[in-house]
Write a protein that binds this ligand. Sequence first.
Ligand code: Q46
Ligand code: ZN
Ligand code: ZN
Length: 304
Amino acid sequence: MKCRKCGRPAVVNMRQHKLALCEEHYPEWFIAQTQRAIEKYHMFGPEERVLVAVSGGKDSLALWDVLLELGYRADGLYIDLGIGDYSAASRAKVERFASRRPEARFIVVDIAAEYGETLPQVARRVRRGRGKPCSVCGLIKRHVMNRITRDEGYDVLATGHNLDDEVAVLFGNVLHWQTGYIARQAPVLPAAGAGLARKVKPFCRLYERETAAYALLTGIDYIYDECPHAVGATSIRYKGLLNQMEERSPGTKLQFYLGFLRVRKEGFFRPAAETVELHPCPNCGQLTSAPGLCAFCRLWQRHD
Ligand code: Q46
Ligand code: ZN
Ligand code: ZN
């Protein structure tokens, strides 16, 4: 297989695009694809300040890298959840990456240091040992990302969700006909009110294989392991099924996603009418539908 651009041996063959590229031309193609998505979906402009949520995995570090390569004003945010060895190892990867990019600012929010408990500790206390800590984790991450974006004056929050992530979420939502969620799934989520950040996913059209290839070819050192709590997640099962379909007919995932965006644009899915009234939380100021404190602030109120 030869590189379509220069004829040298290709290192990445993308059957879904009928395109093979060498180690020099693949990263160029990947960066150009990201820029196309940023422009196509009006994610942000060159003057805007972008905060990239980085986990230490390939997608988020590749995203931070690509945005810096493209000349964007992109800083990184790492949230240390205190999930044992996993958090320690992923934080080390992000710190290493950040030290090689001194032009960018790197912000760490250590949950235990700021709020007094790690994620596993707070999840055990509020959920009394029931199930996975993922819902509490999602609540914490959303809150912290919104807070730092607002307090540090960023225009937009970028996450490394790739096509496989987006398609797995879409597939799950379609399977359960969660039309409200389906309507809200998009490459750009506008700020839903004061104190809430605009959220963008510049890799939403790029396959996970493609982000991994970019990270490998550009020497990004990332954590291979998933969070230990990700084991058995339904999204991983959906990814497996979708990969089987992709294997048989290359391009299935991309077609599913792009077709969805097309019908979404035509107004096929309507967001559920907002019936709940939002007001600022008296403690943190973020908008909430709860009568008093928001769910995040309630987490840290001890009852023992
Ligand atoms: S939600 Fe759950 Fe993830 Fe949090 S506890 Fe780990 S698996 S990190 S995306
Ligand atoms: Zn080439
Ligand atoms: Zn609050």
